[in-house]
Design a protein around this ligand. Sequence first.
Ligand code: SF4
Length: 360
Amino acid sequence: MRNAYIQEQLESHGRRSVAVLPIHYPKELLTAHDLLAVEIWGPPGSPRGIPTERVQTYVCNIVRNALAFLSSGGADAAQALLCPHTCDSLQGLATLAPDFGGWDKPVFRFQPPKGGDRPSARRFLRAELEQLSDALSTISGEPLDPERLRWALKLHGEIDRIRGHLQRERAHLPWNDTRLYHLLRRGEYLWPEEHLNELCSAYAALTPERAQEGIPIFITGYLPEPMSLFQILESAGAYVVADDYAAIGRRINHAPRATSRDPFDALVDIFFAAPPCPTRGTPQALRIAYLLQQIRASGAAGVLIHTQKFCEPELFDVPAIRAALAAEEIPTLHIEGEVEAELAAQSVTRLEAFVEMIAP
Ligand code: SF4
């Protein structure tokens, strides 16, 4: 489906595409260059092949599946690959993809600074952004127009504003979680203006007098895969009241889009205003304080920690998060996945038991 969309964008709008690996990257820059960003989160159920056997066994399936996907020609419709330095495994993939994956198109790296906001990190990030913009020009065929970047900043600010609103008000949507996440995840590959139109339709469907029924669950973790997770929660009598998924809630950035100033400085501001994330080197205490605030504000009856097996950045924080939630007497369940097509039976049973346990 994404390949057909990439093709349609090229034929109807002359718009080229860049396949993007997780997680954080300056999407505004790609939009300003009139390049379609198509994200690769696994994908689930990719074929395993010889290239993935060359990856260490302790590497997560996000990387293994992405390598298999690239090597099987899954992303051939895109003109380049962008690999943010999210973790060591993804940085390794940026090297492996051309060598083992049969990927013979340009591979761009984006190395955001880790840790907090400081002058040296700001200078470094700005240089990275300018370097990436020059690299993207080789695909778009045009130098960056600063006015176009200002426009893209505004557009993505509006997308984040509505995604944030839907995240807060989702209990008033006449949709279940499966439908909402399906919509939110379309932002992984749709042209942003098209995604904004769909978000606006969801916004218009909000019905203040309606309230979601069931047990509210807050999720923190990496990726809402397999999506059948939401059906399982719904069948058990629960719903997702808010999330801190790296792919979804954690990428909603409420930073004001000051388009009157230098647009690269604005991009730097936006980066440092993003929600805490272990892959950005957020100190654990800050992340936990943020999560507790989000969980309390959501009114969740329990928290699901949904991580990927072998995901070092996420797993490093899990013991501290569990301890902090236990200290606050917030019921917590941790399940691990491997971007499998269906949730393991054992995880299904544990989810159902958890919902039953926290039911009033
Ligand atoms: S799941 Fe974790 S280890 Fe794997 S690519 Fe993502 S951040 Fe890296």
